[in-house]
Structures are given as structure tokens and as C-alpha cells.
Design a protein around this ligand. Structure first.
Ligand code: OAD
Length: 238
């Protein structure tokens, strides 16, 4: 695509697990993805938490401690660089903190964050626990057991209206590393306004790409995003 972009140009990124794949975090639905090894119903639902909180705690402890060992990849860093030139909002389905560690400052975590816990009774307050392993009997101020601050299957996505507001404002939408299998996140694409320039960065095939008129950059995030970002910045002119 061509055409000049100005500094008021609003860029929205919708990222998924593939964004962090090159950092060494497994995706969910690819070959070798997490949902091949684990039954999602036994680790990522409120019912799983009721039935076997020890298993759920162990599952998220593993993910949290792994997060300490990984680093943002060139894709995360390229997106962070965009902020010096445009208004950029990142909506991520990822529970890792790699966008922030790369330098992005406007990041919305639709599905929660690994580094946070909350009481099983109420969603607030949220407790920052960093990369530590949690004990099963840790409790919040209200006496409720602390659970990961993750939006599990079957739960509402509290930030979806805010995310939709961001997408509606977008002049450029970059969808990266998501199979678009999970709603309501996938439905956000319907909220992009007519004329919004839309990209899909994903090395895999995508059924939905035609429906949403996405320009498919069929490459890994770490390869495609630095080039895409460079092109967008060049189009800003001086
Ligand atoms: P998926 O695992 O469903 O999809 C990952 C996508 O990333 C696939 O389309 C891959 O082709 C693509 N991909 C793989 N490597 C890539 C790379 N290096 N660069 C770019 N793309 C790459 O993950 P999500 O769509 O994020 O929710 O899954 C959505 C939600 O389902 C997750 O947030 C999680 C999961 O269950 C919860 O746990 C609540």
C-alpha cells in the first residue's frame, strides 16, 4: 500500500500467540501447541479452578517462570519503535509482558496477565506477583484464594468494549500471530472502519483473511514487522 501517513495516524495492533513464538513461547493451536499437551478444559476454565486448583496453579506457575527466561523478539521491538512516529495502541490476547518489555506503552491485555493474580471472589484488586511461583493457599485481602488474573474460557472479557473503541479509531490495523479462533477477540476485526488499512502477519494459512480484506504478509512476525514498520515510517515523510 502507498499514500502518505501523518503523525495523527492511529495504528492499532491485535496480537496473538504467534507474536511471541520467536521468543520461545509456544502457541496454542499450531502443531506442538499448548492445547495439544493440555486439555484446555482442565487448566483454563473456572470449572477447572474449582475442581483442580493445584493443576491450574502448576500450569500457570510454569508459564510465569518461563516468562522470566524469554526476551522480546524483533517483531515486538519494531512495534514499539512505531510509537515515536504514530499513535499506537496494542491489543494483545497474550498474557506475557513482551510488548511492554520491548517498549510499547499502550498495551491492553484482553485475556489478562501472567504476572498478576486476583481473588477468586472479586476481579479487583489485582496483585502484581512478577515471575514468582504461587502457593495454592495464597489469599487476597478479602480472604478469597488468589487465582491467576487470566480471562478463562467461559468468562467475560471485561476490556472488549475498550478494545472495540480502539479498533474503530484505527487508520491502520495490524493483526499478527493469531488464528482468530477465539471470540470476542476475533470479532474485533468487524469494528474496523471502512478505509482502514489492514494487515495480517502470519506464516500460516488463514481462512478469514478474505472476509476482512486483510493484506496477508505470510511471514513470521520477527521478519515481517520490522519491514512493515519501516515502510509505514517512510510513508510519513518529513
Ligand atoms: P493460536 O495458537 O490459536 O494461533 C497462533 C497463530 O500464530 C497461528 O495462526 C499461527 O500460524 C501463527 N504463528 C505461528 N508462529 C508465528 C510467528 N512466528 N509469527 C507470526 N505468526 C505466527 O493463538 P491465538 O490466536 O493467540 O486464550 O489464541 C487465542 C487465545 O486462545 C489465546 O489468547 C488463549 C488461547 O486459548 C486463553 O488462554 C484465554
Amino acid at each position: 500500500m502507498t499514500g502518505e501517513l501523518d503523525g495523527d495516524c492511529r495504528i492499532v495492533v491485535l496480537s496473538g500467540a504467534g507474536m511471541s513464538a520467536e521468543s520461545g513461547i509456544r502457541t496454542f493451536r499450531d502443531n506442538g501447541g499448548l492445547w495439544e499437551e493440555y486439555d484446555v478444559m482442565t487448566v483454563a476454565t473456572p470449572e477447572a479452578w474449582k475442581q483442580n486448583p493445584a493443576l491450574v496453579t502448576r500450569f500457570y506457575n510454569q508459564r510465569r517462570t518461563q516468562l522470566k527466561e524469554v526476551e522480546p523478539n524483533p517483531g515486538h521491538r519494531a512495534l514499539a519503535e512505531l510509537e515515536a512516529h504514530f499513535q499506537v495502541h496494542v491489543i494483545t490476547q497474550n498474557v506475557d509482558d513482551l510488548h511492554e518489555r520491548a517498549g510499547s506503552t499502550q498495551v491492553m491485555h484482553l485475556h489478562g496477565r501472567l504476572t498478576q493474580m486476583r481473588s477468586e471472589k472479586y476481579p479487583y484488586p489485582v496483585y502484581d506477583v512478577g515471575y514468582t511461583e504461587m502457593e495454592l493457599d495464597a489469599c487476597g485481602a478479602d480472604g478469597g484464594r488468589l487465582r491467576p488474573n487470566i480471562v478463562w474460557f467461559g468468562e467475560e472479557v471485561p476490556l472488549i468494549a475498550d478494545a472495540s473503541h480502539w479498533v474503530m479509531q484505527a487508520d491502520v490495523l495490524i493483526v499478527v500471530g493469531t488464528s482468530l479462533n477465539v471470540y470476542p477477540a476475533a470479532g474485533l476485526l468487524y469494528h474496523a472502519r471502512h478505509g482502514c488499512e489492514k494487515y495480517l502477519v502470519d506464516p500460516g494459512e488463514h481462512q478469514t483473511q478474505g472476509v476482512f480484506r486483510l493484506k496477508h504478509l505470510k511471514q513470521k512476525a520477527g521478519d515481517a514487522l520490522p519491514n512493515l514498520v519501516r515502510d509505514l515510517i517512510q510513508r510519513k515523510g518529513n
